[in-house]
Write a new protein. Structure first.
Length: 173
């Protein structure tokens, strides 16, 4: 392995660690509204970074897993569902890079994928609440999760897009 390659891998590892820490801090700051059937996690804006560099998805996934492990009301079930939902949605967006070259279109796709995939969190909340999946409770929960995620992701997409102009997330390859 060449020195430059080792340096680049180390840099990506460090940036992923920083992203995980930032995700946790941003979620803790809004923790009263970061859990439950309505989730306004400012930290979800970090999901858009994968549009610019798919190697940085691991920092976001680790941030979700670690927050859910140490601070979530859902315990290990939230680690599994929350981490799985994030990994699934980020993987879809990362894979879409082959087919959708325009970053703005991928930001829109990422917003929609994350909002739709909140169905997994609605399922988890139903399991934790002993409610039937497919019940009015389920659909109400999914609707509020979908809407809250759609709002956060829609508002943050242009913010992350503009931050990328200065930070250039793709340089951490």
């Amino acid at each position: 392995m060449e020195k430059r390659e080792v340096q680049t891998n180390t840099q990506a590892l460090i940036i992923n660690g920083l992203l995980a820490a930032i995700y946790i801090v941003l979620t803790v700051v809004v923790s009263p509204i970061a859990q439950g059937p309505i989730q306004f996690r400012i930290s979800e804006s970090l999901n858009h970074i994968v549009v610019f560099n798919r190697k940085l998805m691991w920092g976001v996934v680790m941030g979700v897993v670690m927050f859910n492990l140490f601070f979530s009301e859902g315990g290990m079930l939230d680690v599994f569902f929350g981490g799985g939902q994030t990994l699934l949605a980020l993987s879809i967006t990362a894979a879409a890079e082959k087919y959708i070259k325009d970053e703005k279109k991928r930001l829109i796709l990422n917003t929609l994928v994350f909002s739709a995939s909140m169905i997994l969190i609605a399922i988890m909340i139903c399991i934790l609440s002993n409610q039937a999946i497919g019940s009015a409770f389920f659909w109400g929960t999914y609707g509020s999760l979908f809407l809250s995620e759609l709002i956060i992701m829609s508002v943050s997409a242009p913010v992350i897009y503009n931050i990328n102009k200065y930070v250039k997330f793709n340089r951490f390859n």
